[in-house]
Every structure is written in structure tokens, then in C-alpha cells.
Design a protein around this ligand. Structure first.
Ligand code: CA
Length: 243
């Protein structure tokens, strides 16, 4: 994929040159190779509560808040929204199952990307659909020195989760930058939709089983097969913004 072409196309659609000052990272499937655990936990907990979802379907809901995913399933199978008790019970069970999984490894290439982002003086933020309490602890354990609480937007900070633009708009506000002053790094179709709707240059990394076309059809400006490929290209990408 031609980096310069992607940057030019973005600038002409946005009506503003791309001048990155911050990078907003999604977490699961970008910083951690945690999606297999999430997909298995969702499938298991749904089946145990009389709802049905395959691990494959979980990838298509990736990025939604837990409550929103549960509503979709109860509407489809029970013809109604979930009650707040059901949401709490299902989401708690899901978190317990996820936390019992072997710990998800860091995504290969993520730290190399973060180091370059930091060394270029760009701000590092996280915008995640996850609402787990251990979230920041996990980030700091595995990536010490890169993240802080005032630079994280979680499901607890938004009214509307991805694919709504709110999470990424909040991320921009938190970083104090305009849409054309940021990159987003996302692996999920709904996450890409959210970031594109917020007007941000969106880099998809296809770390899961979804075809590339699904991410590109959501409007991703660039696509890499994994985080290592993004790390390898990041210096060129940044430089190309100022050519
Ligand atoms: Ca993700």
C-alpha cells in the first residue's frame, strides 16, 4: 500500500494536511494478542446464559462495549433488550472467564512502534472498548513508562462505544489535538469505523481472522498485516507526512 498516496488522499478529503502529534492506540488485538481469549470467553459465557455466539462472531463485535454486544444477542434471540441485571451478570462472568485464560502476550511489534512514537515526541493514548479494572495495570506491567490514566479512554468514559465516533473524539479531546493531528491504530472493523467517523487517519493492522477487505471497506487509510509491519514502516510514514 502506498503511504504517500494514502496521506494525500486523507488530506484532500479532510481539507487539512496530516500533521501527527498523537497516536491513539486500540488495545486488544493491537497492544495485546488478546482477541483469541476474548472470542473464546464470549462464546462460552453466551452459551452458558442461553445465548449463542461463535468465537468467529465475537471478532465482528470487537470494539463494542460489553453491554452493547449483549443487547444485540438478546434482541436477536429473545426479541428484547437485556436487563441491567443480565448485562451485569453476563459481563462479570465474561470478565472472570477472560481473566482465567492464560495471560495474553504482548503483540509482537507493538513495543517497537511505541518506542518510535515516543521518540518522535508524539503523545501516546489508548482508546479501548474494554472496561476492565485491571486494564491500566496490565498496560503498565507490560509496557512500563508508556501509558498513564489520563491518557486512556475506556468503556467507562463514554456513553456510546465503538463504532460510534465518541470514543475517538474523546481521545482527541484528551490529547488536545485536531483530527488531522493524530493517527489511530486499530484491528477491528467497528473500531476502524469509529476512528474514520471521528475524522482521524486510521491505520488498520489485521491481526485476526477477518479478510482485509472488511477493514478497508470501513475506510481504513492504510493497512498492515501485523504490528511488526507497522513498526517497520512507521518512520517512513511519519516522514511522509511532512514531505
Ligand atoms: Ca481491538
Amino acid at each position: 500500500m502506498d503511504i504517500q498516496h494514502a496521506i494525500t488522499a486523507y488530506a484532500s478529503a479532510a481539507g487539512h494536511r496530516l500533521q501527527p502529534k498523537a497516536v491513539l492506540f486500540d488495545m486488544d488485538g493491537v497492544l495485546f494478542d488478546s482477541m483469541p481469549n476474548h472470542a473464546q470467553s464470549w462464546a462460552k459465557v453466551c452459551n452458558s446464559h442461553g445465548l449463542h455466539m461463535t468465537p468467529e462472531e465475537a471478532y465482528l463485535h470487537e470494539g463494542r462495549t460489553g453491554a452493547s454486544t449483549i443487547h444485540i444477542l438478546t434482541q436477536r434471540q429473545w426479541g428484547r433488550d437485556a436487563t441491567s441485571e443480565e448485562i451485569q451478570s453476563i459481563y462479570e462472568d465474561k470478565c472472570a472467564l477472560f481473566n482465567a485464560c492464560p495471560e495474553a502476550p504482548k503483540m509482537q511489534g507493538a513495543e517497537a512502534t511505541l518506542e518510535q512514537v515516543r521518540d518522535l515526541g508524539l503523545k501516546i493514548h489508548v482508546v479501548t472498548g474494554s472496561g476492565q479494572r485491571s486494564l491500566l495495570e496490565r498496560l503498565n506491567t507490560h509496557y512500563p513508562g508508556f501509558f498513564s490514566l489520563d491518557r486512556v479512554v475506556s468503556s467507562k468514559d463514554v456513553e456510546h462505544g465503538k463504532p460510534h465516533p465518541e470514543p475517538y473524539l474523546k481521545g482527541l479531546a484528551q490529547a488536545g489535538v485536531a483530527p488531522w493531528e493524530a493517527f489511530v491504530v486499530e484491528n477491528a472493523p467497528l473500531g476502524v469505523r469509529s476512528a474514520v467517523a471521528a475524522g482521524i487517519f486510521t491505520i488498520a493492522v489485521n491481526t485476526g481472522p477477518i479478510p482485509d477487505e472488511v477493514l478497508l471497506n470501513e475506510g481504513a487509510h492504510l493497512l498492515f498485516p501485523n504490528m511488526q509491519a507497522l513498526a517497520n514502516a512507521f518512520a517512513d510514514l511519519y516522514t511522509a507526512c511532512y514531505e
